[in-house]
Ligand binder design. Structure first.
Ligand code: MN
Length: 262
């Protein structure tokens, strides 16, 4: 019966050349930055599933260094999720490479920074995760610590070996911040898969969570429209830990607002 019904609808749409189905409230489209491995573009399903669970439509943005193409993609999304990945070239924030710098991917650096700068100019909300928070900070004028173990005295372990859904160190969340609204106040245990971190913070942004050794674990703009975390909430959400879902729900809510006014 259902099949017959949809055939009738299709035929009606064809003959009348008008959309027959009632328009429902569209879910906002969340653009997700990807990485590149040889000739393959890649995005972890953890990011895709987290966006879905938060009520958004995940839309993977293939790597390009063309400004024009980036504009075309941004015209089609309502929110931007910048994902984790390789180290960022220190030349992009005025430093020479540390001997402990890891792999850099120049093409991805160009793509990530262009996506963020253009999204901010258009007013598209941005959530940066891991490399994403670092790129957000650089794009807006901040810099990075290139290698925590060799640059930060008495640093704790930020490259855990446990599963992605396991919180290996605590962070202290700033009172009155967006991060407090999303995760609650005080100490929260988070996962940690990084050896770089935000250094000097971009003008206008504030640090809203730190680990016990002073490493920046979250930043946000005053209106909370552009924000980032150094840990991986998608690792928790994917594993069914709902307490980290508000980080994605906030992006989807902002994206709905952006979509309604664009
Ligand atoms: Mn960490």
């Amino acid at each position: 019966m259902k099949r017959f019904y949809s055939s009738i609808m299709l035929l009606a749409a064809l003959l009348l050349s008008i959309p027959v189905m009632a328009q429902t409230q569209k879910k906002p489209v969340i653009g997700i930055s990807c990485s590149i491995d040889g000739t393959t573009v890649e995005v972890g399903m953890t990011y895709v599933v987290s966006v879905r669970k938060a009520g958004g439509i995940p839309f993977i943005i293939p790597i390009t260094t063309s400004d024009k193409e980036i504009d075309e993609y941004l015209d089609r999304i309502d929110g931007l999720l910048m994902t984790g990945g390789e180290d960022v070239s220190p030349l992009l924030f005025g430093q020479e490479p540390s001997p402990f710098l890891g792999t850099v991917v120049p093409e991805r650096d160009t793509y990530d920074l262009a996506l963020i700068r253009k999204a901010v100019l258009k007013g598209i909300p941005v959530l940066g995760i891991c490399r994403g928070i670092q790129c957000l900070n650089i794009a807006m004028g901040g810099d990075l610590i290139q290698d925590i173990p060799s640059e930060v005295k008495d640093a704790i372990q930020h490259r855990q070996t446990g599963p992605r859904s396991y919180g290996s160190h605590t962070i202290m969340i700033e009172k009155g911040s967006l991060m407090e609204k999303l995760l609650g106040s005080g100490e929260v245990a988070v996962n940690s898969f990084h050896h770089q971190a935000c250094g000097k913070i971009a003008p206008g942004f504030k640090v809203t969570a730190k680990s016990s050794d002073g490493i920046v674990e979250a930043i946000e703009s005053p209106d909370g429209k552009f924000y980032g975390v150094q840990f991986h909430p998608e690792g928790f959400v994917y594993a069914g830990k709902k307490e980290f879902l508000p980080i994605f729900q906030h992006l989807v809510k902002l994206a709905s607002e952006y979509s309604a006014h664009k």
